[in-house]
Design a binder for this molecule. Structure first.
Ligand SMILES: N[C@@H](CCC(=O)N[C@@H](CS)C(=O)NCC(=O)O)C(=O)O
Length: 208
């Protein structure tokens, strides 16, 4: 199967890292939603990343749906907690991380795709506040889990919540448009650094 999209999309990166954790073999194809727009349209007319193309040609978009599909293919290797409390908590944390990713992407589009004189200050301010809200929520849960002396958010096993939160933070720090200071989010910064040091993450570098 092929995973299409650059790793500078946190949505693509969370799928790639998840595939590494699940031990799913895939081919990574770097196509840009902007520079390769016309070619991309022939594969996925919606021109969204990530796009997953199966060996038989079936196409699926949206990171969460792709991860759902991948989990269905690797019986017994789920990255979600098995118990109800943990499962619900993981969904909450994934939800927060996804909003953080989405708000950064919206900020980038607002400032890179729209001419400067058409940018809307109140909208940018709202996006920045929403992003700060998500960052604060992630800092709280990471710090609470550290106080419980467990390795990761939902125990000692890494889950999809850990992957998504770590990737959201790394993306926020990578993107020049975001002005959040790591010193204000010490637990999150340390958590992300610990996750990024794992081979499943470092095999998907975010450095270009
Ligand atoms: N909910 C989607 C969001 C994916 C997304 O917005 N990807 C961005 C790149 S970071 C994209 O495809 N942007 C192009 C567009 O929206 O036109 C997911 O989880 O995959």
């Amino acid at each position: 199967m092929q995973l299409i999209g650059y790793l500078d999309s946190p949505f693509v990166r969370r799928v790639a890292v998840t595939m590494n954790f699940l031990g799913v073999e895939y081919q990574h194809r770097e196509l840009s939603i902007f520079r390769d727009y016309d070619e991309f349209r022939t594969i996925n007319p919606m021109v969204k990343v990530p796009t997953l193309v199966l060996d038989d040609g079936r196409v699926l978009g949206d990171s969460t749906l792709i991860i759902d599909y991948l989990e269905s293919q690797v019986a017994g290797r789920s990255l979600m907690p098995a118990d109800d409390y943990g499962y619900f908590g993981a969904l909450q944390n994934i939800g927060t991380a996804l909003v953080a990713m989405e708000k950064v992407a919206q900020l980038v589009y607002e400032t890179s795709q729209r001419p400067e004189n058409l940018q809307h200050g109140p909208w940018i301010k709202r996006l920045e506040q929403q992003l700060k809200g998500a960052a604060g929520m992630m800092e709280s849960v990471v710090s609470a889990s550290a106080n419980l002396e467990q390795q990761w958010l939902h125990g000692d096993e890494m889950t999809q919540a850990d992957i998504s939160v770590a990737i959201a933070w790394r993306f926020m720090m990578f993107t020049e448009r975001v002005n959040l200071l790591p010193d204000n989010y010490p637990a999150l910064a340390a958590f992300s650094a610990r996750a990024e040091a794992l081979p499943e993450f470092s095999a998907c570098p975010l450095n270009s």
